[in-house]
Design a protein around this ligand. Structure first.
Ligand code: ADE
Length: 466
């Protein structure tokens, strides 16, 4: 028996994987492991498990709204519907189940792929969207508020169909493949993509140790992804989440943003735009310098802890806000995270300092510390923009998901042409960025200047001077 099979227990009965008429995966096996949560679900074993299928119609309305605001992906979808370049390809996806993700899933389906999906965070699934996808024949395992064991149970169910490609946001799917299902690599899986900064970091450390088993495109690193989604998407959706969870006024508040990378700088930009006074904390000198020149104060977290009214972490690092910071905070301080994992705020240390904790409104938990001071934690320290709001707006996800879609086309094209890509974290070509940006601009009715032949000659002539 192979090592990977041993890890997941007894070797499974082999299962026939077939596409049903509506393109869902029907797994012809009775041996599906049990989910942890026993509550009420809408479920068809081997095909989907969602919270409540009755929400499907409202989910379809949300998806239609997203479709009307995602012109780049919609134009690719229209084109690929005719040629079906992904015919016969099975894709397992692990990415926030939002209305925008539904548009991506439908694009894959239109291009001929068979898809099975799970959420990539226990608090980011839109239950109406997952119901709509399930009812429309997509194999999907995702519901808001799922437990951590069920989160991984859902990921594993998407692997039951033996995918050819993986699409990840945060690296949990790829890690699951590497740790428990490595026997699928080669025979079935031949490539993947990764959506987010955190996931790309993890992949790069795996690849650096020579432990990456298949090529993965770093979608996050495409310019039309990180320079838009990470900055403007995170900026807007994080503020949206904080406001929905608290309804606090931002003007006049000291807003501490931990990490001044693309995401943190986007959050800072929008918080400042709403009248907050931004304090950035950093470990990187150039990022700190940038924050200063962009008009923000720079402090250590120890200095900022007693000054801040609202704290938002965007670092990808654990324990950014911990015991001594909570102890120094003002009464009423609000703490949240917009990074991929819930490790940035040490909630155990906050809980240990508290004499009581209770949820006072959706996604807002009050901790009363032993001296009577109150600290408010949003969305259980999970990414506030998806847990308490709807994630990034459709308009920006349009470009991120056009990149995802095109990266998968690229993987399949290479395979068909017999090109073996290295087992590395791969960059997407700049031509893809230029294509996506061009289509996006066109959809917005914006035109570009063109260089005259004379101007072209001028910029290429190294001999010009004053
Ligand atoms: N990540 C951030 N916002 C998102 C969205 N709207 N859909 C999917 N993934 C996201």
């Amino acid at each position: 028996m192979k090592e990977t099979q041993k890890k997941r227990g007894k070797a499974k009965k082999s299962t026939a994987v077939v596409a049903s008429p509506n393109n869902a995966i029907v797994k012809r096996s009775a041996s599906i492991p049990a989910r942890q949560e026993k509550g009420k679900f809408s479920e068809e074993k081997g095909v989907y498990c969602v919270r409540n299928i009755a929400l499907a119609e409202s989910g379809r309305e949300l998806i239609a709204w997203a479709e009307s605001r995602m012109p780049v992906l919609m134009s690719l979808r229209k084109e690929m519907r005719k040629t079906k370049p992904l015919k016969g390809i099975r894709i397992a996806g692990c990415l926030h189940v939002t209305k925008e993700t539904a548009v991506l899933i439908r694009a894959f389906q239109d291009a001929g792929a068979i898809v099975s999906w799970s959420g990539c965070n226990p608090l980011s699934t839109n239950d109406a969207v997952s119901a709509a996808l399930a009812e429309d024949g997509i194999s999907i395992y995702a519901w808001y508020g799922c437990s951590v064991p069920d989160f991984y149970w859902s990921i594993e169910r998407t692997l039951d169909m033996k995918p050819h490609l993986t699409l990840d946001d945060g690296c949990d799917l790829i890690n699951t493949v590497h740790e428990k299902y490595a026997d699928l690599v080669g025979e079935y899986i031949f490539g993947g993509t990764e959506e987010t900064t955190t996931g790309v970091h993890r992949l790069r450390s795996r690849a650096a140790q020579g432990k990456l088993l298949y090529p993965v495109y770093a979608v996050n690193d495409a310019e039309t992804k990180w320079d838009f989604d990470n900055v403007y998407g995170t900026g807007q959706s994080t503020l949206d989440g904080i406001i929905r969870a608290t309804s606090v006024m931002l003007a006049g508040k000291n807003f501490v943003v931990a990490g001044y990378g693309h995401c943190g700088s986007g959050v800072a930009k929008r918080a400042a735009g709403m009248g907050a006074s931004v304090i950035a904390t950093e470990i990187k000198p150039t990022a700190a310098l940038k924050a200063t020149l962009e008009g923000h104060r720079v402090m250590t977290m120890d200095e900022a802890a007693s000054v801040g009214d609202i704290f938002c972490t965007a670092t990808g690092v654990k324990d950014i806000i911990r015991k001594r910071h909570f102890e120094a905070m003002k009464d009423g301080a609000i703490v949240c995270n917009t990074g991929h994992y819930d490790a940035e705020i040490n909630i155990n240390e906050l809980a240990a300092l508290a004499k009581s904790r209770r949820t006072i409104r959706p996604n807002c938990e009050e901790f009363v510390l032993k001296g009577g001071k109150r600290i408010y934690l949003l969305a259980e320290g999970r990414l506030v923009n998806l847990a308490a709001a709807e994630g990034h707006p459709s308009e920006v996800m349009d470009m991120s998901f056009a990149n995802q879609f095109m990266a998968h086309l690229r993987l399949v094209q290479a395979k068909k042409q017999g090109i073996t890509l290295p087992n590395e974290v791969l960059d997407l070509p700049v031509e893809q960025d230029q294509f996506i940006a061009t289509v996006k601009l066109k959809s917005m009715g914006l035109n570009l200047d063109e260089l005259t032949p004379d101007q072209l000659a001028y910029i290429n002539d190294y001999s010009h001077g004053t």
